[in-house]
Design a binder for this molecule. Structure first.
Ligand SMILES: [Zn+2]
Length: 89
């Protein structure tokens, strides 16, 4: 029953299915500091930067910041999901 255009939130221990045009679920997105969120949008460039190294780096930085925030809040269920790709079209 998987929707083809949905992926799992990259937050550690977070199982939310989210649309491919979003990087992570709303709760996790707002754990990312605004400068990193802005960098994701700027490098995304309405999709033109989707596969760029800058966008990939911005995504990985955002996911890392999110998971560090989750860990600090004690909501991280695991710490072994960091090897995933960006999962972003
Ligand atoms: Zn999440």
């Amino acid at each position: 029953m998987n929707m083809p255009n949905v992926h799992k939130c990259p937050g550690d221990g977070c199982d939310q299915g989210i649309p491919y045009n979003r990087l992570m679920c709303r709760a996790d997105w707002y754990r990312v500091p605004k400068p990193l969120r802005d960098a994701v949008w700027e490098t995304w460039d309405s999709g033109r930067g989707a596969a760029s190294a800058a966008h990939t780096a911005a995504i990985l930085a955002a996911i890392d910041a999110c998971n560090r925030a989750r860990a600090a809040e004690g909501v991280s269920a695991a710490s072994s999901t960091a090897a995933r790709g960006p999962g972003h079209v």
